[in-house]
Design a protein around this ligand. Structure first.
Ligand SMILES: [Zn+2]
Length: 234
């Protein structure tokens, strides 16, 4: 006996449907040739040197590489906003799964631990979930890698988008602590939904570095261009 149509519709994953629909219209995740592997900015890879791209040249970044599924543009920006502000938590699971399935570069990593960017308990209570944690658990499950909340937010800070650019690093400074775990020999995948100024990710990596991992790679669903208006809508 087959299920009634309305039950099938209810059970269907709306994220998968919207994802497929976007692909049918020609959208897809970014290939590595269209963004800088250091900072994630949109740029032709041929314009990136060992010192970085025009946006990150000579900047000392506390991670080995940064990967993104997309720039912070529709449809990805719409999906992320619905995840964060319309309680569409399934997007977290879906995006983590897509990272695990479609990023071949992950195949070359050994002894990996997946770690979400932490969220202060007050914001988590308000939102009901940490989207970075959903993504991290989904990626870890698909790849059979351990997922651990190595980091903790000790201070409730205003969202970075509500802080002027010059104050963003100060806003998150000292707001993250770590468990005392020896990560020697481990590769950490640090997961977040969106990279904006990068201040939060840098703070997290600086704390992670004290645990001595071999490498840290940052994986985000989207990278916002701080020079454009999309930066203020997150
Ligand atoms: Zn760059």
């Amino acid at each position: 006996m087959s299920l009634p149509t309305w039950i099938k519709h209810h059970l269907a994953n709306p994220c998968q449907q919207q994802w497929r629909q976007a692909q049918s219209l020609g959208w897809d995740i970014d290939q590595s040739e269209v963004y800088c592997p250091r900072c994630g900015s949109s740029i032709n890879i041929q314009a990136v040197t060992k010192r970085g791209c025009v946006f990150c040249v000579n900047q000392k970044l506390p991670w080995q590489s940064l990967h993104r599924l997309s720039a912070y543009h529709p449809p990805m920006s719409d999906w992320i906003l619905s995840m964060k502000f319309a309680r569409q938590w399934r997007w977290g699971t879906h995006l983590g799964k897509i990272m695990a399935q479609q990023w071949d570069w992950l195949n070359h990593l050994d002894q990996v631990v997946v770690c979400p960017v932490p969220m202060h308990w007050l914001r988590r209570w308000h939102r009901g979930f940490n989207q970075a944690s959903l993504m991290a658990h989904s990626l870890g499950k698909a790849r059979q890698w351990p997922v651990t909340s190595l980091l903790k937010r000790t201070r409730h800070t205003p969202p970075q988008t509500q802080v002027v650019p010059s104050q963003r690093a100060i806003n998150v400074q000292g707001s993250v602590t770590a468990k005392t775990i020896d990560l020697a020999g481990w590769t950490v995948l640090l997961i977040d939904d969106v990279k904006t100024s990068g201040s939060t990710l840098k703070t997290c990596c600086q704390v992670l570095r004290k645990m001595g991992p071999s490498e840290i790679h940052v994986d985000v669903a989207a990278v916002a261009d701080p020079k454009k208006s999309d930066f203020t809508t997150i």
